[in-house]
Design a binder for this molecule. Structure first.
Ligand SMILES: [Zn+2]
Length: 96
């Protein structure tokens, strides 16, 4: 973890960017924490990339699924219409 206060002069080190910086007196944040925050930042970016990709791909599937539902509804309506039209046609044919 980065340190909020300088280990030498107790200066407050959190910048307006929300990061804990090295102190102006020459004291530096521990190297491990800088590596750690770099790794955390890399992982955060990776998570953001994956979330964006997942959202993009999922929206494609949802769109395709909605289209299938619409097509299935149309097919059911057409089959129903075909059934009644065929029945009426057969009744008409018999009456001739
Ligand atoms: Zn300092």
């Amino acid at each position: 973890m980065s340190q909020l206060y300088c280990g030498a002069c107790q200066n407050y080190l959190m910048g307006s960017d929300g990061e804990c910086h090295d102190c102006s007196c020459g004291w530096k944040q521990p190297i491990e924490s800088r590596n750690e925050s770099g790794e955390i930042e890399a992982l955060r970016q990776r998570v953001a990339e994956l979330e964006a990709k997942l959202t993009q791909e999922t929206s494609g599937y949802i769109e395709a699924l909605n289209q299938c539902t619409i097509n299935a509804d149309r097919t059911v309506r057409l089959q129903s219409e075909l059934f009644y039209v065929t029945r009426d046609f057969n009744e008409l044919k018999r009456s001739l």
